[in-house]
Design a protein around this ligand. Structure first.
Ligand code: ATP
Ligand code: MG
Length: 113
């Protein structure tokens, strides 16, 4: 299992969620966060002083998925974000050791499918 963690613009949440529904993603958590990327939260033309940064509101979308589905889902998230603007988002993929469906005790992949 892998966790796909996407930092996106809040206004892109519905777009990404709809794309994920098409891909058959069965679970998702979303959190309001704030953050910055390589540009430290500054827009083009602004002077970025060393050590300065600005937080912008973002949405974090987390999905734990089967390993064989990772590439398809990552590509679908990226494809759904059509603006291609600086600050549009970033996707991280990390390993997940285990999962438990508390109702049944199902473990691992049986807990997420
Ligand atoms: N290295 C990181 N660690 C944790 N969160 C990050 C990291 N990089 C970006 N983020 C999160 O992703 C959001 C979007 O990042 P952003 O799209 O600006 O990345 P970028 O690498 O600067 O790419 P771009 O050049 O397209 O702006 C940030 O506001 C932050 O919440
Ligand atoms: Mg950026």
């Amino acid at each position: 299992m892998k966790k796909i963690e996407c930092y996106i613009q809040p206004y892109d949440l519905d777009t990404v969620a709809e794309a994920m529904a098409v891909e058959g993603v069965v679970g998702m958590s979303v959190t309001d966060v704030k953050g910055f990327g390589v540009q430290k939260g500054f827009t083009r033309g602004e002077e970025v002083k060393p050590g300065e940064y600005r937080f912008h509101p973002k949405m974090k979308v987390e999905m734990v998925v089967l390993e064989e589905d990772v590439e398809r889902i990552v590509k679908a998230v990226q494809a759904s974000l059509k603006a291609k603007r600086v600050g549009d988002g970033k996707i991280f993929v990390s390993p997940v050791d285990d999962a438990v469906r508390t109702r049944t005790g199902a473990r691992g992949r049986d807990a997420i499918v």
